[in-house]
Design a protein around this ligand. Structure first.
Ligand SMILES: [Zn+2]
Length: 192
């Protein structure tokens, strides 16, 4: 078994009522939990990332009081706060590896994260002989996009589970999926 599942930033601040909530985020958290209850055994690794920003600085210009929602954002996912925790509807019991990213800087890709022991996604994929990666999570047009493109750049076969993602903007989400597909990923439904 050489397939991994990435679950990107399924956190309270990115779902409904969060500081940077996207439409459909809670639904994605529910669906991912249901998917894991049926398919966790299909994966050699299940890697979840969390955006995990510093409380006392603008995280390299990532936070802004006047955000443009493209390059700058309202404060979100501050380390140790409720907003930074996994979404309440996301059952993390099957997750095998937890990565945190964004400490003091913008970090969209799961590949920029580290486990608490310092391991990176690239190291974990190599250690487990992972060839195929399925990607789910939030947000389609930012962190899912960056994670999928980095997985392709790392030489893996990538599928985006299109019923297990939610985006910030509909237009940029559609563009992101097109870009990911042109870069070589498959777009598939989790339940077929
Ligand atoms: Zn962030």
């Amino acid at each position: 078994m050489t397939r991994a599942l990435f679950i990107v930033d399924l956190q309270n601040d990115f779902t409904e009522r969060g500081a940077l909530g996207v439409a459909g985020g809670d639904e994605v958290a529910l669906r991912v939990s249901q998917f894991l209850s049926q398919h966790a055994e299909d994966y050699a690794m299940i890697v979840a990332s969390r955006d995990w920003h510093d409380p006392d600085n603008d995280n390299g210009g990532h936070f802004s009081a006047t955000p443009d929602f493209v390059d700058t954002w309202p404060p979100h996912c501050v380390a140790g706060t409720y907003g930074a925790e996994y979404d309440e509807l996301f059952d993390t019991s099957a997750v095998t590896h937890h990565l945190k990213k964004g400490q003091g800087l913008p970090a969209y890709s799961l590949f920029e994260g580290h486990a608490d022991d310092g391991a990176t996604a690239a190291q974990l994929l190599d250690a487990h002989g992972i060839i195929d990666i399925d990607v789910a999570g939030i947000a389609t047009d930012y962190c899912v996009r960056a994670s999928a493109l980095d997985a392709l750049a790392a030489g893996r076969r990538v599928r985006v589970l299109t019923d297990l993602i939610a985006g910030v903007h509909p237009d940029s989400s559609a563009r992101a999926l097109d870009e990911i597909q042109r870069a070589g990923a498959e777009l598939v439904l989790s339940q077929r």
